[in-house]
Design a protein around this ligand. Sequence first.
Ligand code: LLP
Length: 419
Amino acid sequence: MSFTYRDGELHAEDVPLAAIAARHGTPTYVYSSAMLRSRYRAYVEAFADLAPVVCFALKANSNQAVIATFAREGAGADIVSLGEMKRALAAGIPASRIVFAGVGKTADEMRAALAAGIMQFNVESEPELRMLSGVAEAMDARAPVALRVNPDVDAGTHAKITTGKAENKFGIEMAQAPDVAALARALPGISLEALSVHIGSQLTTMAPFRAAFARLGDLARRLNATGPRLRRLDFGGGVGVVYRDEVPPDLSAYAAAVREAVAGLDVGIVLEPGRSLVAEAGVLLARVIRVKEGTAKRFAIVDAAMNDLIRPTLYEAWMPIMPVRAPREGANLSPMDVVGPICETGDYLARDRDMPPLAVGDLVVVGAAGAYGSAMGSTYNSRPLAAEVLVSGSRTALVRPREDIEAIIARESLAPWQA
Ligand code: LLP
């Protein structure tokens, strides 16, 4: 395991987290290379017979060292902006393994991705398809396209991360898909190569996946009957992870659902996992600044806040919190709020959480914070972005220094008339 107590001290692989805090300060994200690799390999092994292109969804964690870890395992990338394309290429992911998703690709982004030679554009609407065709034609090119369909399946996850219902902004409605496919086949700048689907994130049951995958497979069979054979099917994001007591689908069941959907189709497989590759490989390390005892509540005020990790307040997400020094045996747990210093009531990492006694200066970690943690960080309250550290065995590297507040201020300037 990657984050374990040894002699009463929480370690990242072979490195005590206390040593990382002493050297690099807090708040700091810490990632385990071994865990990153093992999560990636789990996908490769579960899907071995299908030889998928596993496109890491960069939105979950876009640190160069993390992306490069996957690049060296042979991963592709799922990107949603030109910025993410640049990050993927810089970290060594070949353009030929990049899929570009998202409802709002601009013409500039399309041009850049076409010029780079990415594997496929996941197109989410007819107007997007027409724009892409125009951009490609002007470049004397044909854009490789997957139509992203909206299967109208409820993923049963948090409303803000559900994407596959008809009322969500994503994808082309199933009923319209055959017409849009016909248009794609006719447009001069488009090469229709694939279909894709993504119904949401943090799914903990197989049924919605199975329903969506089956609809995707059926549509592919129908389209194959009326035109050139589709070359790939893209099954979107990966399985959910364990934050508390969830029992996410195991990868062999997930792979079985894909296998079933593509039976007899002779297509390549694309996967776009994000969370399940990185969540459990990262923790957010923080230090207790103050303990405040109210009449109604106890608060541990720590130096990580909602700008560093917004999931608890944005999605009401329960994330594990552990002290870095193991509590002594039989220590009493009592409920407290673990909060940051930001001036908002929504600035909390945990509420009414049973915690062992905490004192000023103690270190804690938020677990399973490798996904949608640092990547969603901001500088709200003029708090510099947290540092990021990668561990491999007994080695430690600072892979992003804490942002420098002076540098942030220096980027801004007065208007000339204020001089
Ligand atoms: N592909 C597409 C088209 C997506 O929209 C997403 C995630 C993924 C792949 C990756 O899905 P995953 O394997 O990570 O479930 N910030 C939220 C999660 C947002 C997910 C957005 N789309 C959170 O912290 O829970």
